[in-house]
Design a binder for this molecule. Structure first.
Ligand code: SAM
Length: 227
């Protein structure tokens, strides 16, 4: 696989994808610019490369998927990434979402429970020289070593909100608001939540619309939201 070769054909398809996402309601130009920049075809298996710029989730092995571009754009918009934000992603998968966050200027930490996916994503991101810190493990426990985080993104469907993750969001201070978590919650279908830390033990919950994700599987204790 040549990582330098991003020929005109893929660049043209990428531009069409950005136009499509804009028409679908994605307005954040920084998100669209990152999607217009990151070579998604390098994050999917060879057999799916021609479909890499269609707005669909694709298999990446081990019954997992690279999320649909609209979902990536939607979750990233909800995160409202600022330059140098410390961002924890739970569910590295292909590494594509981590690449988008990196391109937007975030300091990215990402966890994946499948070792083979963790290794493959790490390899691709290294070849692209996208500097992301990786861990193979259970993201429902968060990653205390680098906490607190300005933003946390979960890219798998959770049964509830893992408590360790909430505790790893930054508390607000005079300089910055508290950290926020974007997480899809639910069994068969998930509702997208944004949880913002407003104090030592206080959080604000907002919910938006429904999506379908592969399940978040882990040992972390979670808050039950009534599902
Ligand atoms: N963000 C990914 C990308 O850009 O390709 C897509 C993620 S895929 C929809 C969800 C991923 O979450 C899968 O790779 C799955 O193995 C992983 N996952 C599920 N439970 C996890 C956990 N507890 N900790 C870390 N990763 C987990």
């Amino acid at each position: 696989m040549s990582l330098d070769r991003d020929d005109r054909k893929f660049a043209r398809k990428r531009k069409h994808l950005v136009d499509h996402l804009r028409k679908k309601g994605i307005e954040d130009e920084r998100v669209l610019a990152a999607i217009g920049d990151v070579p998604r075809h390098l994050f999917v298996e060879q057999a799916f490369q021609q479909r890499a710029y269609e707005d669909e989730a694709l298999p990446i092995g081990l019954q997992q998927t690279i999320s649909q571009p609209y979902t990536v754009a939607y979750q990233t918009t909800m995160l409202d990434i600022k330059k140098n934000d410390r961002v924890l992603e739970i569910g590295t998968g292909s590494g594509y979402q981590a690449a988008i966050l990196y391109k937007m200027g975030a300091r990215v930490f990402t966890i994946e429970r499948h070792e083979a996916l963790h290794k493959r994503a790490k390899h691709i991101l290294q070849q692209l020289r996208y500097h992301v810190t990786h861990k193979h493990g259970d993201g429902t426990l968060g990653w205390a070593t680098f906490a607190p985080y300005d933003k946390i993104l979960v890219t798998a469907g959770a049964k509830g909100i893992p408590e360790s993750i909430l505790q790893q969001l930054r508390e607000p201070d005079e300089k910055k608001p508290g950290g926020s978590l974007v997480i899809p919650v639910g069994e068969k279908e998930q509702i997208m939540y944004r949880v913002s830390r407003t104090g030592e033990d206080t959080y604000n919950y907002e919910k938006t619309t429904s999506f379908r994700f592969v399940p978040l599987i882990g040992d972390g204790k979670h808050q039950n939201l009534g599902f």
